[in-house]
Design a protein around this ligand. Structure first.
Ligand SMILES: [Zn+2]
Length: 338
């Protein structure tokens, strides 16, 4: 199992100029960089502030890039993905410094970029090191940090979907049900479900627990032979379907968490239990938390079958073929609100 190296601590960013071979490129966000720029010598440091995930734009930036010897990503998902992309294309050593826990991007091999607006996971970059600074993470808004559990709690519904697909004889031949990966994912899921108060508080133990879980999850797609089944199921389909309908950027973990709550209900998979855990962690999964309405959610749920047919690359889950009645939608809405 290949997991990326990670170090936890404090005042880590000040050390970066001492360990990274100059000159190097920092990839960061416009709003974050002013907080950290004073750690770096302007003569040794080139800076790229992200404004696009389009491959075309990234390739253009690469052509204009000065001669650097390393890449450093500082920021949320986008800066981390762009840093990864540059390091891959340039064969350069990569250092990643996530500033929140919203995604598992720092811990995954591929970079999430856009090809004419279509999301694509490409590349292969293993960082020398990932530095997680507690104070930096804890200065990010709590709702963003807590949302990071979305890509872990989805193992709960994904497991059920994999069992279900197997039971009804619709599981893909290349991805037969695998106890090893299911038990690995369950262990990681439980590490988070057993630390709900630390994660809610975003204290040091909470940061370490959630980041360690994301560390396993980020690399799992590669390590499981590009098999998404242990880590992703019907809960993600709601997200894809909604994004397809309303073209709105989501905080990934929030919408995935809502997906887990709703899908566990449709699966009859002890939904009370997992909803209770999300509530203990203070995850903001209600539609109004993400500026959407219940009408949007209901349309998203109804659109899942069509979306699955259109996208063609989704595996069989409760979301891909099961019609949801209006009565069920009423029940879901009432239950999630309650
Ligand atoms: Zn996800």
């Amino acid at each position: 199992m290949q997991l990326f190296d990670v170090a936890y601590g404090r005042e880590l960013y000040a050390e970066l100029p001492k360990i990274i071979n100059p000159p190097f490129l920092v990839v960061s966000n416009k709003d974050l960089w002013p907080r950290f720029s004073h750690y770096f010598d302007s003569k040794e440091t080139f800076v790229h502030l992200v404004d696009s995930l389009e491959i075309k734009d990234l390739e253009k930036t690469l052509k204009e890039l000065p001669d650097v010897k390393a890449i450093v990503g500082i920021g949320g998902g986008v800066a981390i993905d762009v840093a990864k992309y540059f390091a891959w294309r340039k064969h350069l050593p990569l250092f990643q410094c996530p500033t929140s826990m919203s995604v598992n991007a720092p811990f995954g091999h591929r970079s999430a970029v856009r090809d004419n607006g279509i999301l694509k996971y490409v590349g292969y970059a293993i960082p020398e090191m990932i530095y997680v600074d507690y104070d930096v993470i804890q200065s990010a808004p709590e709702y963003i940090n807590r949302s990071g559990v979305g890509d872990i709690v989805c193992y709960y519904t994904a497991k059920w979907d994999w069992e279900y697909a197997t039971k009804v004889g619709k599981c893909e031949k290349k991805w037969p049900y695998d106890d090893f990966w299911v038990s690995q994912a369950s262990e990681v899921l439980n590490s988070v479900l057993n630390s709900t108060s630390d994660i809610n508080a975003v204290n040091d133990r909470g940061v370490q627990t959630l980041m360690n879980a994301l560390r396993w999850g980020g690399a799992a797609f590669n390590n499981a032979g590009w098999n998404p089944r242990p880590i992703e199921g019907s809960e993600h389909t709601l997200f894809y379907s909604l994004e397809h309908l309303i073209h709105k950027p989501f905080l990934h973990g929030q919408i995935v968490s809502l997906g887990v709550v709703i899908m566990s209900y449709l699966q009859n998979n002890d939904p009370k239990f997992i909803k209770g855990k999300l509530d203990e962690m203070g995850v903001a999964y209600q539609p109004e938390d993400m500026d959407i309405t219940w009408t949007d959610v209901r349309n998203g749920l109804k659109h899942m079958i069509d979306y699955s047919k259109e996208s063609k690359n989704l595996w069989y889950t409760i979301a891909t073929e099961t019609e949801i009645t209006d009565k069920q939608l009423d029940e879901i809405e009432e239950w999630v609100k309650g």
